[in-house]
Write a protein that binds this ligand. Structure first.
Ligand SMILES: *Cc1c(COP(=O)(O)O)cnc(C)c1O
Length: 423
């Protein structure tokens, strides 16, 4: 598509966008009595207008029923997480028995590492991408130490080639082959938080399985962003949070996926009563009997309040559909890229977009390296009602989110960026 840098062109794209009405279902921070340009949905998604009533429903049911709310609430608390299973499975391309909503992201990563990082003999290493999210690095290192091993020797972070910012897919698979039988686990992000690079889940999984390693994915920046097919791609496990692209509120409840092939296996696992066979849970017997689904990894009963928020958000994803969202996202991010390149060219190439250009290798995020005083540009953007994100020393990140951002937002961002660059 050929783009134009005009308000009328952007507004015409919005008129043609079947998802544009979703914008009205969200509450935007205000700037000069209009919606701010909110490009930080990759950090904290916006609040759906329906969220407040969903929370109030649970408070009202608690007031009315007390403990009986477990069974008599409008959405019975005892089985609350089960109401989220269908939408979650659709969201990440999984079978219903492969997913569960529980805990928070890093906790889920820990629980899954218990099952899927089991070093033995020579097979002790974890391969991950360059600069994974720090929480993931801490989790990997702590499991390595927990097994009496040395993180410096066992955790391998794959670096891009000299002079490049992101990883070439062929370098990932060749590194996996090179590590071979030393590799216990390959664990990558779905989309790297810093560069916005999307990784090939199927390619990485296939390569890992070829050398006898497991493949797991942290989908914090991929769930609700990419059109995922976890079951078909064959990933062993995955986890994600719900407060970024999934709009379920700060500290929202997280998700986990375990491939069907591992269900009903007696994997090592840290267990709790909510993972016990639900038909017999209240017999309160001594012996643990695992649920035959990903729910076997649950330890605690459902946190109903964050789940109420998550239910609202997932319902929106069901209506919008990941396929349509991704189609819009490619166009929206493409427009933003084109706008930024235009501003950069006027300024003698002051921005380098490090996020891969091919839509097979990106999501709804662009990361740009700024030459010169990027921090001041970021500050001036903020003062003009633009929400984006600055990572020291020189990366500006922005995420045009297809669920609620518009082409007009992108156009206005371009104008704000020009003004911010001018000082
Ligand atoms: C956002 C993010 C986290 C945050 O972890 P929480 O447990 O939700 O606080 C972890 N890992 C990745 C890759 C992230 O992007």
């Amino acid at each position: 598509m050929t783009f134009e840098n005009t308000l009328s062109f952007a507004q015409e794209l919005d008129r043609q966008d079947p998802l544009h009405p979703f914008r009205n279902e969200f509450l935007f921070p205000q700037y000069k009595e209009r919606n701010a340009i909110y490009f930080t949905g990759n950090s904290l998604g916006l609040q759906p207008k329906a969220a407040a009533a969903a929370l109030k429903q649970e408070l009202d049911d608690w007031a009315q029923y007390g403990v009986e709310g477990h069974f008599h609430a409008k959405h019975p608390w005892y089985s609350y997480h089960e109401e989220l299973t269908g939408s979650t499975a659709r969201l990440v391309g999984a079978l219903p028995e492969e997913v569960v909503v529980m805990n928070q992201l890093t906790s889920n990563l820990h629980f899954l590492l218990v099952s899927f990082y089991r070093p033995h003999g020579r097979r002790v290493r974890i391969l991950t991408e360059q600069r994974p999210f720090p929480s993931d690095t801490y989790a990997f290192a702590s499991h390595i130490k927990f097994h009496g091993l040395d993180p410096d020797a066992c955790l391998v972070e794959l670096q891009p080639r000299a002079g490049e910012y992101t990883l070439r897919p062929e370098d990932i698979t060749s590194k996996i082959a090179e590590l071979g039988d030393e590799l216990a686990l390959v664990c990558f992000g779905g989309v790297n938080f810093l560069t916005g690079q999307a990784f090939d889940i199927k390619g990485i999984t296939t390569a890992a399985h070829k050398v006898g390693a497991f493949a797991g994915f942290d989908l914090a920046h991929a769930a609700g962003n990419l059109h995922l097919k976890l079951h078909d791609d064959g990933a062993d496990f995955a986890c994600w949070c719900s407060y970024k692209y999934l709009n379920s509120g700060p500290g929202g409840v997280a998700g986990a996926f375990v491939h069907q092939r591992h269900l009903q296996q007696d994997l090592p696992r840290f267990t709790g009563w909510w993972g016990h066979d639900k038909k017999e849970r209240f017999k309160m017997e001594r012996e643990f009997k695992a649920m035959p689904t990903a729910e076997a990894w649950q330890v605690s009963n459902a946190p109903v309040f964050p789940m109420a928020l998550h239910r609202v958000a997932l319902e929106q994803f069901d209506r919008a559909g990941m396929e349509r969202l991704r189609t819009k996202s490619i166009q929206l991010t493409g427009y933003l890229r084109w706008i930024i390149e235009g501003v950069s060219a006027e300024q003698g190439g002051m921005f380098t977009i490090i996020t891969p250009k091919d839509s097979a290798h990106n999501g709804a995020q662009l990361s740009i390296l700024v030459k010169g005083d990027g921090r001041s540009i970021f500050k001036r953007l903020s003062e003009r009602g633009v929400f984006c994100d600055w990572r020291e020393p020189d990366v500006l990140r922005m995420a045009p989110v297809p669920m609620y951002n518009s082409f007009e937002d992108v156009y206005r961002f371009g104008e704000a960026l020009k003004a911010a660059v001018a000082g």
